[in-house]
Design a binder for this molecule. Structure first.
Ligand code: ATP
Length: 233
């Protein structure tokens, strides 16, 4: 569903991404792991066209995204949930959710909204409240729900677990596992390697902008040497 080939990106003289390749099939989660500054966020931002690549290619469901502008990507099936859980604080929860559909293809139907509320019942309880009163975990649910309303084929998620209590992280990750059953392809960038690999099909480790390890998630977890060298658990 998503293919990244030899993707490179620079910030001035800094080579943040160096010939990175990966692919994600429908119904699969690929965890992208690595230390601070390894290039994980840059990878997602380059896939989304927010950072201009200095080389390489991204294809989505067979379509070359070179030259496609970032604002057109949700309509093609690419949703990007950046780090930081950004919401429009003065809009209600439901208004924030509706923006996900508007940015991609028009109005959200009642059925689609209901589907998101079924996934995240806490959002249904708070749908008429302003988004700024939500807790961190609720905000994370809101930004994922908003992305789902664009009907993505590929979901890019940047550090969804950051700063959340382990119980909330477990809840959100379990839900992600459920989402891919319908064929969604997910790229999950995480510092929390242990949790990410517990739901991922594949793991890719970046170091200094390069892929240094690429394994099935289960094989990566069971390799003590790799875990200790790159993943810190
Ligand atoms: P973290 O987990 O801390 O978010 P990361 O793996 O996501 O790290 P990136 O944020 O992609 O890493 O950063 C990769 C490299 O690019 C780092 O050396 C970083 O300092 C540099 N970098 C990131 N953003 C910029 C920028 N806007 N301008 C210049 N250099 C940047």
């Amino acid at each position: 569903m998503l293919t990244v080939e030899q993707l490179s990106a620079n910030y001035g003289p800094v080579r943040a991404l160096d010939s990175v390749s990966l692919s994600v099939a429908p119904g699969e989660i690929t965890a992208v792991l690595g230390a601070n500054g390894a290039g994980k966020t840059t990878l997602l931002r380059t896939i989304s066209g927010l950072v201009r690549p200095s080389g390489g290619r991204v294809t989505l469901a067979g379509r070359d995204l070179t030259g496609v502008s970032t604002e057109d990507l949700p309509g093609l099936g690419l949703a990007h949930v950046p780090e930081g859980r950004g919401v429009l604080a003065e809009l209600t929860v439901e208004e924030n959710l509706r923006l996900g559909a508007l940015g991609a293809r028009g109005r959200a139907s009642t059925t689609e909204l209901r589907r998101v509320y079924d996934l995240f019942p806490v959002l249904a309880d708070r749908k008429n409240g302003l988004a700024h009163v939500l807790s961190g975990g609720e905000r994370q649910m809101l930004v994922i729900g908003r992305a789902l309303l664009s009907r993505p084929k590929v979901l890019l998620l940047d550090e969804p677990s950051l700063g959340l209590a382990p119980r909330i992280v477990a809840q959100i990750f379990e839900l992600l596992r459920g989402l891919v059953l319908d064929g969604l392809a997910v790229v999950l960038v995480e510092q929390n390697a242990r949790s990410a690999l517990s739901i991922a099909d594949h793991g890719v480790v970046l170091n200094l902008g390069q892929v240094v390890v690429r394994r099935d998630a289960a094989a990566l977890v069971s390799d003590d040497g790799l875990r200790h060298a790159y993943l810190g658990f």
